[in-house]
Design a binder for this molecule. Sequence first.
Ligand code: HEM
Length: 208
Amino acid sequence: MRHSTIVFLKTLAWAACLGPFVWLVWCAVTNTLGPDPTATITFTTGLVTLRLLTISLAITPVRRLVPQLAWMVRFRRLVGLFVFFYATLHLMTWVALYTGFDPKAMSTDIVKRRYITAGMAAWLLLLPLAATSTNWAVRKLGGKRWSRLHKLVYVAAVCGVVHYWWQVKPGVLTPVTITVLLGILLLARPVLAYTQRRRSAAARVTAA
Ligand code: HEM
């Protein structure tokens, strides 16, 4: 793919990823965050985190299934860093607006509310991934160790979904769609690896 096309697509990706943040800032400035601004900010940042996380996990299976889309891998780091950006905004909303920066209220919430425990676990799992997203970190860790560490993104996704389910009211099914999508993506990895192994084995038999 041409360099100018990649630059154009990267600009689009930046604009799309920054969109919800700009929208939140705009609503805050114009006082249009709705009757419960805290809920609007929490809802938007939480949902965007999960959606971007899903997109970042979809990149590898999509490029394996459709080799013409292999260029998508160049966007994985960008999307991944925006996942962390929104997860941190979401966390800071809780720190500032739910607990009022009170360490005691924070620790009580983390221990007593299981959905906060799961959310916190998801954020803590994303932290080392964001910290090791630079080329320098990849070189320092070595490709193998780096990709082993980055498998934590799957655990973070599971914690994020569990957090979502645990905070909705009983009987509310809004997290179903994202759960199914993430389930498919979690299964896609071993299934694709298995079919690739079988294809390579068949090719070896044919060649012999
Ligand atoms: C990767 C990490 C996380 C993801 C993907 C995530 C995702 C979500 C989602 C999708 C919602 C539901 C939004 C809605 O429909 O109203 C939500 C709500 C919420 N999350 Fe998170 N979250 C994460 C981490 C955290 C952390 C670290 C905290 C705080 C320690 C947190 C605190 C909350 C709170 C307070 C709510 C609102 C609950 C309510 O409405 O009563 N989340 N989160």
